[in-house]
Design a protein around this ligand. Structure first.
Ligand code: SF4
Length: 248
């Protein structure tokens, strides 16, 4: 019987993330975990207990912090897991940089650069799995306030290849994630000790003040309702996307 994400979302709406992961791994043969090199390391820790079926990958945009690269190696060593780095198409990067320079996102918005450095490599990876796991949480930003635990991935599914997205941490708060990291002595990115909460590419991430929302430090020059890089673009309401397209 075909998998019904809405049914699973209702069933696991309040479930512990480990139960969601166990269900996902049990249900899908080809499944991957997107690891960003930040606090979603909690998911790597949980997945490590489920054998080696889950493919762990990271989008290496070429613009990550040195601390994040060191952290990726630390996680690889700590768990003895393969972490596949997905690189952007070099010709596409060269063309962008040749035409617009290295920091066009400050002027033109982040979508163009993210499309090349993140979305195309992600699409390549997701073409070979039937489900993927993300670290999205509802408390992260206005764009994620309604993220379900399981959903059909409308951005990356195709007519011949439906794709399911699991968000096991959707119900967890940042505090719960950090409680988990401390309780299980999970390694974490040293940038978190310097005021960084949500960590992405170096030029597009800055520390946030204690009173600021955690994704306030991402693409800080853009409106809060636009702060998705395309990985989770369906989180952005169509009403909010239109003005951005119009102004592009
Ligand atoms: S986050 Fe910034 S540097 Fe990274 S891919 Fe997007 S626009 Fe480019």
């Amino acid at each position: 019987m075909a998998y019904e994400p809405e049914v699973a979302a209702a069933k696991f709406a309040e479930a512990d993330p480990r139960d969601v992961l166990a269900h996902a791994v049990d249900r899908f043969e080809r499944i991957a975990l997107s690891f960003s090199g930040a606090e979603d390391v909690a998911l790597v820790d949980m997945v490590a207990d489920l054998g080696d079926k889950v493919q762990i990958f990271c989008l290496d945009t070429g613009r990550l912090h040195p601390e994040t690269y060191r952290f990726l190696e630390k996680v690889r060593d700590h768990y003895g897991l393969d972490i596949e780095l997905m690189f952007p198409d070099p010709e596409a990067v060269q063309q962008l940089v040749r035409e617009k320079g290295l920091f066009s996102f400050y002027r033109d918005g982040h979508q163009e650069c993210c499309a090349i450095r993140k979305i195309e490599p992600l699409r390549r990876k997701l073409a070979n799995v039937d489900a993927w796991i993300t670290g999205q949480r509802r408390d992260q930003s206005p764009t994620r306030a309604e993220v379900p635990v399981v959903q059909q991935d409308r951005a990356f599914s195709t007519p011949g290849h439906p794709l399911v997205k699991f968000n096991p941490l959707a119900n967890w708060t940042s505090a719960q994630v950090w409680d988990y990291i401390r309780e299980y002595e999970v390694p974490y990115n040293e940038l978190h000790e310097r005021g960084f909460k949500s960590i992405g590419c170096e030029p597009c991430t800055r520390p946030v003040a204690p009173h600021e929302h955690e994704r306030a430090g991402r693409w800080w020059w853009e409106a809060a309702t636009q702060k998705e890089c395309g990985l989770h673009i369906t989180n952005i309401r169509e009403d909010d996307i239109k003005p951005a397209r119009a102004s592009a």
